[in-house]
Design a protein around this ligand. Structure first.
Ligand code: 5GP
Ligand code: MN
Length: 316
């Protein structure tokens, strides 16, 4: 069984590197820190390498120990979390490729099973939720610190316990953590509700530009690098913009284009029936049925036209 092999590899490894996807969200950071704190509990030498992450996760236990770079020599083991494709490790896949053994723990249906050992459950609403099972199997005591990291991941990826992917287990687990002293309402506020002033200013711009297609079933908005420079945003300040469109009555698909290096990053969200992962796959991206993304190496006008035309085909 994969979990037995995962346990064996972790117990045998002396030094371990933990990695997650580029532009990490709360599930990426929370899952990584939960595993980091757990491996420390086992007495392992472990590096968690995340070059940049949104500062609202900086309060999570262990976050101060996150490294921007790993060591030059190879690690015994590399554990990759919440990452569907090795390409999404972007600039730091060298630590993965050089490691003697690799483990991939994830919840994306489109996961490419890129590691030596792959533990992927698309039925789980967050990678952090899969980790509950994995960590318990490893004999880790899920204490308040580890629980805080896990709950941050679950809250982020379930939109605050409200998306359809949420399972009874999600609430059972949250209840168990409350009993262990995890302050869920505090974590909820910090990871989900509080936004920086700059994020608020960027939202204002995005709301002002929001337009509708197909009788209000598609919403579209965008932000540019110039906006981000003018407002002086930092990593993660664009998070949540795509949800603003989806929350409007009648909208089935919300599209948000954010200007990045060489083009635009598209974020798509759907409400009921459109599989946005399928649409993003057409553009070389992926994700989940109701939340997906892709990179568009083209102008704003071209990107907008291509995406909207594709989404229109799915609208009933
Ligand atoms: P977001 O819109 O928040 O950036 O991403 C939503 C979901 O789509 C996330 O689960 C993320 O992992 C996935 N996703 C976003 N961009 C890409 C991409 O370029 N490639 C793949 N495979 N998945 C993506
Ligand atoms: Mn996730």
């Amino acid at each position: 069984m994969t979990l037995d092999s995962i346990k064996e590899e972790i117990l045998n490894a002396k030094d371990i590197v933990i990695l997650t996807h580029e532009m990490p969200d709360g599930d990426a950071v929370g899952s990584s820190l939960a595993v980091y704190n757990s491996l420390k509990q086992l007495g392992k030498t472990v590096d968690l390498v995340i070059p940049e992450y949104p500062k609202n996760f900086a309060f999570l236990p262990g976050a101060k120990e996150i490294k921007k770079e790993g060591k030059d020599t190879s690690y015994d083991l590399s554990i990759v979390l919440d990452c569907s494709d090795v390409k999404r490790l972007n600039g730091f896949s060298n630590y993965f490729e050089q490691a003697n053994k690799t483990i991939n723990i994830d919840h994306h249906g489109v996961n490419t099973m890129f590691a030596d050992l792959n533990f992927v459950n698309p039925a789980s609403p967050a990678c952090a939720q899969i980790l509950v099972t994995v960590l318990e199997y490893l004999g880790i005591e899920i204490d308040k610190n580890i629980g805080t990291c896990l709950v941050a991941g679950i809250i982020t990826d379930t939109g605050g316990f409200k998306y359809q992917g949420v399972t009874a287990e999600t609430f059972e687990f949250a209840a168990g953590l409350l009993n262990k002293g995890v302050n869920i309402s505090d974590v909820y506020r910090k990871v989900f509700q509080v936004i920086t002033k700059e994020a608020f200013e960027l939202r204002k711009v995005a709301i002002d530009r929001l337009e509708f297609f197909e009788n209000g079933k598609i919403s579209f908005t965008y932000t540019t690098k110039e906006d981000e420079e003018r407002i002086n945003t930092s990593t993660g300040d664009h998070e949540g913009i795509v949800e603003l469109g989806r929350d409007i009555e009648g909208v089935e698909v919300s599209v948000y284009l954010r200007e990045v290096e060489n083009g635009y990053k598209a974020s798509l969200r759907s409400t009921e029936y459109v599989n946005v992962a399928d649409i993003c796959l057409l553009f070389g991206g992926g994700g989940h049925i109701k939340a997906a993304g892709c990179n568009l190496q083209m102008s704003l006008e071209q990107g907008k036209e291509k995406i909207i035309n594709e989404v229109k085909k799915y609208i009933k």
